[in-house]
Design a protein around this ligand. Structure first.
Ligand code: NDP
Length: 398
């Protein structure tokens, strides 16, 4: 009988980890996984949530906690002065990431704020379990080159990209015919534009299958999230945009699939639970038991698949066109969307105005943006897009 290979647990889990955005939806699920496997915590970061940060310090005794809002850093330092954890403000973030001994970092900071920490983790040659999608949208092509040069590694944590990564299992990406990116369709699947003009913030934040942070929940409702994921997939797997097929799958059981050139389709399935994606980023290429519940296909009963409504949800085709334009076009899309979603969450604009503001900003800046290749130029276009979107929001309100 063939001898089964046994692994030392130390070969499977990293010696210690850092979590960027530890107080968020993905961050707290990462902490669940880390606790389930008793992995030592090197550093954690958050922005303002000092109450949860204090709780995490008392529970996990990280060496360092960075609060990127400086007033919150001062507050946290006072709250935990009886512990051994060192608390720093925003200035220390990049140094902490670069100098930490943890070989693995889970990156779940929200939005463009995640870009500089991602760059620091790459420069330090870390394995990065990446949930933050906005930085890949802005400059994923630049980062993927740098990752190779620095010997760093990205293991996707976004569930669809984790699924594709698992289906690829190290295969040559030239054998891919297409990537099937599944989408739940969000809370407004099947709605007409007329119906969308009446939806409320509470309805938008009630996602049918995933419990996530507010911004990504809004992005799921507009299908901007799926658009970002198209760009993310192009960046991560080196495919062309036209090789990506978005498929609406309401049950969120089949997390995405790869169609190979021989027409075989390999999919990854499971109950919707980000902890599985985080755990795989920590244990890859191994698998271990974890906190995620088992999937019962007979309980699921049936799975449905259909095409997305690209006319009603205009941000999805806009993402395809932004990645085809290239340069800073995806950065403009992302920046305008961050501003518009924040305005929606603070009751300044309606649901349909999100896509209106994003589309108008992209339309205005795209011909200039597509020629901006360097990171600095893209960040400059990001700032201009934010200003433009803000002025549109102002004019909507007058
Ligand atoms: P949340 O809003 O729940 O959490 C965001 C985290 O980032 C918090 O720890 C927050 O700290 C921190 N943060 C917020 N603003 C800043 C800032 N300016 N500088 C530094 N840190 C900041 O977001 P999610 O967990 O939902 O999403 C995080 C990322 O993961 C996003 O890019 C999202 O698209 C992606 N993602 C999320 C999924 C999900 O299931 N939620 C699934 C797949 C991808 P504080 O709490 O102190 O404000």
């Amino acid at each position: 009988m063939q001898q089964l290979k046994t692994y030392d647990i130390n070969d499977i889990f990293p010696a210690s980890v850092g979590v960027l955005g530890a107080t968020g939806s993905v961050g707290t699920q990462a902490i669940d996984v880390i606790r389930a496997h008793c992995i030592p915590v090197d550093f954690l970061t958050a922005h303002r949530n000092v109450v949860l940060a204090e709780e995490q310090i008392r529970l996990l005794s990280p060496k360092t906690y960075v609060m990127t809002d400086d007033a919150s850093a001062k507050d946290l330092a006072l709250r935990v002065k009886d512990t051994a954890t060192k608390v720093y403000g925003a200035d220390a973030l990049d140094t902490v990431i670069r100098e930490a001994s943890a070989p693995t970092v889970i990156h779940s900071i929200l939005g463009e704020a995640g870009l500089s920490p991602l760059l620091s983790a790459i420069e330090a040659g870390k394995r990065i379990g990446l949930a933050n999608k906005e930085s890949l949208v802005i400059a994923g092509d630049i980062f993927m080159k740098r990752i190779k040069e620095k010997g760093a590694q990205i293991i996707p944590v976004d569930s669809e990209h984790s699924a594709i990564f698992q289906c690829l299992d190290g295969k040559d990406t030239r054998e891919i015919r297409s990537l099937l990116l599944t989408a739940s369709g969000g809370p407004f699947f099947g709605y007409t534009r007329e119906e969308l003009s009446r939806v409320t913030k509470a309805e938008t934040l009630a996602h049918p299958t995933w419990k996530m942070g507010a911004k990504i929940t809004v992005d799921s409702a507009t299908l901007m999230n799926k658009g970002f994921e198209v760009i993310e997939a192009v960046r991560l797997f080196g495919v062309r945009p036209e090789q990506i097929d978005v498929v609406v799958h309401r049950e969120s059981i089949l997390h995405s699939a790869v169609e190979y050139i021989d027409s075989a389709v390999i999919a990854q399935m499971g109950v919707p639970d980000m902890r599985l994606c985080v755990q795989y980023a920590l244990t890859y290429p191994h698998r271990v038991e974890g906190p995620t519940a088992r999937l019962s296909l007979s309980d699921v009963g049936k799975m449905t698949f259909s095409s997305p409504d690209m006319d009603t949800f205009a941000l999805l085709p806009l993402a395809f066109s932004a990645i085809s334009h290239g340069g800073a076009a995806p950065a403009v899309l992302n920046a305008a969307n961050e501003v518009a979603v924040e305005a929606f969450l603070t009751d300044k604009i309606s649901f349909l105005q999100i896509s209106q503001i994003v589309s108008e900003t992209v339309e205005t800046l795209v011909s200039e943006a597509k020629c901006c290749a360097a990171l600095e130029e893209r960040l400059c276009m990001d700032r201009r897009a934010r200003k433009h979107a803000e002025s549109l929001i102002e004019s909507c309100r007058n």
